[in-house]
Design a protein around this ligand. Structure first.
Ligand SMILES: CC(C)(COP(=O)(O)OP(=O)(O)OC[C@H]1O[C@@H](n2cnc3c(N)ncnc32)[C@H](O)[C@@H]1OP(=O)(O)O)[C@@H](O)C(=O)NCCC(=O)NCCS
Length: 334
């Protein structure tokens, strides 16, 4: 929507995140697969990640985030109009995990749905949620990114299982009182390269069967090098493009909050925008890649650390399965 077409601004008025207690170090993974702490650190920047207990689903983390958002903003569940959960690890194929969150927090008169865009899930969801605020249809939208990646990792595939972790984060979007809010976004999808990042089994193409399980088709698969090249190119490209079309450069940004897939991917994007390290949010060393949750976790940590003040410009960029990629530019409020 153009600036002129907007009735209202969609401002981020609260942030929250949740990480499971259980820490899995690279040394722990050395005991499961043929890998090493040195390889993982040097190739990815990851030192450890968190795993949710096996018997707890993604909704556990999304619900904790939703409750924290309500508590921080001191509002009732009924004050929410819409809940969007970005995830590729829903509790069940259906209903949507967002419906489970709605029920758990006791929100009535609300609608809720999931959005699937893998590691771009949060930026897709936050841009989508903002449209309902900007049009005047809604006053408050909860946007959560949550993934239990440990539930889809193949611990016989060392190239992929070392990269991911579990977590959730989210924001509350509300009608902005002033200039604070979503300024612009650029989002993209290209389904041509499905093969390089996907879970093939368990859907309608290959419904679950003994054969799909025997072939381990219900686990995430990726061609690391192809995805790496794509991510380096697109994260830098879309971030720079969004800044440029708004007449901005990296110097105008307070904080770049990129998807945390690989430290080398983030460094390349930061270099393209000429950003010094203090303007780049990085926590991949502690949490690894939590897919739809990396950006809202990083944003919530930055806010909690007091790194954002009224008027600051924040750029969030995601790249992931689909393939999908995109960027959102916000002006921070109170
Ligand atoms: C996966 C990734 C870290 C691999 O790094 P890389 O530098 O490209 O490494 P390569 O794939 O070229 O593998 C190099 C070697 O390390 C080996 N290797 C792969 N995984 C390993 C592991 N966990 N431990 C030790 N060695 C490993 C490979 O087998 C290969 O050995 P070879 O040269 O004898 O064949 C990197 O490609 C990446 O980050 N890709 C993006 C993935 C991503 O984040 N996707 C999420 C969605 S955005």
């Amino acid at each position: 929507m153009t600036e002129e077409g907007k009735k209202f601004r969609a401002a981020i008025t609260a942030t929250a995140h949740f990480l499971p207690d259980k820490v899995i170090t690279n040394a722990d993974l050395e005991r499961l697969v043929d890998t090493s702490d040195g390889w993982i650190r040097s190739r990815t920047g990851i030192s450890e990640r968190r795993f949710l207990p096996e018997d707890e689903p993604t909704s556990t983390m999304a619900i904790a985030v939703a409750q924290e958002l309500l508590a921080r903003r001191e509002i009732d569940p009924d004050d929410i109009d819409l809940i969007i959960v970005a995830t590729i690890t829903p509790d069940m194929i259906f209903p949507a995990t967002a419906c489970l969150v709605q029920h758990a927090i006791g929100a009535s008169g609300v609608w809720a749905y999931d959005l699937s865009a893998a590691c771009s899930g949060f930026v897709f969801a936050v841009a989508t949620g903002a449209q309902f605020i900007e049009s005047g249809a809604h006053r408050r939208v909860m946007v959560i990114g949550a993934d239990k990646m440990s539930s889809i990792l193949d611990f016989e595939d060392r190239t992929t299982c070392v990269l991911f972790g579990d977590g959730a984060g989210g924001v509350l979007l509300e009608r902005g009182e002033d200039e604070a809010g979503l300024i612009d976004f650029e989002l993209y999808a290209d389904g041509a390269a499905v093969e390089c990042l996907h879970i093939k089994g368990g859907g309608s193409l290959y419904p679950p069967s003994h054969e799909t399980v025997d072939q381990r088709m219900h686990y995430i698969r990726q061609e690391g090098r192809t995805v790496f090249r794509f991510a380096v190119e697109k994260m830098a490209e879309v971030s720079a493009s969004l800044l440029e079309r708004n007449g901005l450069t990296g110097a105008d940004l307070k904080l770049f909050v990129p998807h945390q897939a690989n430290k080398r991917i983030i460094d390349a994007a930061a270099q393209r925008m000429d950003l010094p390290p203090e303007k780049v949010m990085m926590n991949i060393d502690r949490y690894a890649n939590t897919t739809a949750a990396t950006i809202p976790i990083a944003l919530a940590e930055a806010a909690d650390q007091g790194r954002l003040e009224r008027g600051d410009l924040v750029l969030m960029t995601g790249v992931g399965g689909g393939l999908t990629w995109g960027s959102t530019l916000f002006r921070w409020g109170d």
